[in-house]
Design a protein around this ligand. Structure first.
Ligand code: OXD
Length: 304
């Protein structure tokens, strides 16, 4: 049996063929099937993991699996898969949006519009600027493609440099990315090796005219260090869709800084992301039932 946390979907039932699919609002409601379930589409809390002796496969509801990788999941032989790739296009669009907003100071136009004030000023262009993409997964590579259409120079840092990196002008190390980029865009998953990478030292090595953008996960940047860097104008500003604490607390200083654009982890909340998630899940159900290799198998040690 496969248990799906979420709305009923005939596509999943069809993909499972003869194998039963049970849809539940929350896994806690399905305690009667813990003993039988072999696959789960949804997040499995550690206390359920130990009550499911036949469980062999869990598909995370997300692209980033940091919340799924509990100590229980890390220790378990259960195969974890993700929906990585579902939000790449949307997140790359969001990165372009944040770069344009910061580069043209769109918050300034919005303030002027609210006051019916004609505020006409000289602003920048993305053309000729350098974007440094930290992480060349689905969203990073799609951003590289889009950035080239904006006539930008693209630098990239990737964990496995041997892999193809189309539209990236040069792969480099973090030091060079920080020193040369006009926009540093973080697209990596949150893993033990990315947490805290952007601390005081990293912001000190960025150009004072550069912007920091994060569209993947909070915690990769140290929020205190980032706050200090944008407040003191050590860097020009930031565009943040992912935050160390989510929801961002109402009293967070990030909300009211004029050189920061905050969006509420909303960059990939598009119909396209949902559609691609459903396609990946249906494909993985079909593969699981047919005994074929699953898509997007997570390397638990690497964290993605
Ligand atoms: C995800 C996200 O990981 O939306 O799916 O951040």
């Amino acid at each position: 049996m496969i248990v799906v946390v979420g709305k009923e979907s005939p596509v999943y039932v069809e993909a499972a063929g003869e194998v039963a699919v049970r849809f539940v609002d929350a896994l806690d409601d399905a305690s009667d099937v813990f003993a039988e379930m072999e696959g789960v589409v949804g997040r499995v809390p550690p206390e359920v993991l130990v009550k499911a002796p036949r469980l062999r496969w869990v598909h995370s509801p997300s692209a980033g699996v940091d919340a799924d990788l509990t100590p229980g999941m890390l220790a378990s032989p259960v195969v974890l898969t993700s929906s990585a790739g579902n939000g790449g296009i949307s997140l790359a669009e969001h990165s372009i949006l944040l770069m344009l907003m910061l580069n043209r100071d769109v918050p300034r136009w919005m303030r002027a519009q609210a006051e019916h004030r004609w505020d006409h000023y000289r602003h920048g262009e993305l053309a000729g600027r350098t974007v440094g993409i930290y992480g060349l997964g689905n969203s990073g590579l799609d951003l590289a493609l889009k950035a080239k259409a904006f006539h930008m120079r693209v630098l990239g840092v990737r964990r496995r440099p041997g892999q193809p990196s189309p539209n990236v002008d040069e792969l480099c190390d973090l030091d060079r990315l920080l020193a040369e980029s006009d926009f540093v865009v973080v697209t990596t998953p949150r893993t033990p090796s990315t947490v805290g990478v952007f601390g005081r030292d990293a912001f000190a090595r960025m150009k004072p005219t550069a912007y920091f953008i994060c569209i993947s996960r909070g915690g990769i940047a140290d929020d205190e260090a980032l706050l200090e860097a944008v407040r003191t104008r050590q860097i020009a500003g930031a565009g943040l869709d992912a935050h160390g604490v989510e929801p961002l607390p109402p009293d967070s200083p990030f909300w009211s800084l004029p050189n920061v654009v905050v969006t509420p982890h909303n960059g990939a909340t598009s119909d396209g992301t949902v559609r691609r998630h459903q396609e990946i899940v249906a494909d993985n159900i079909r593969r699981f039932v047919g005994g074929e290799p699953l898509r997007n198998v997570v390397d638990k040690a690497a964290g993605y």
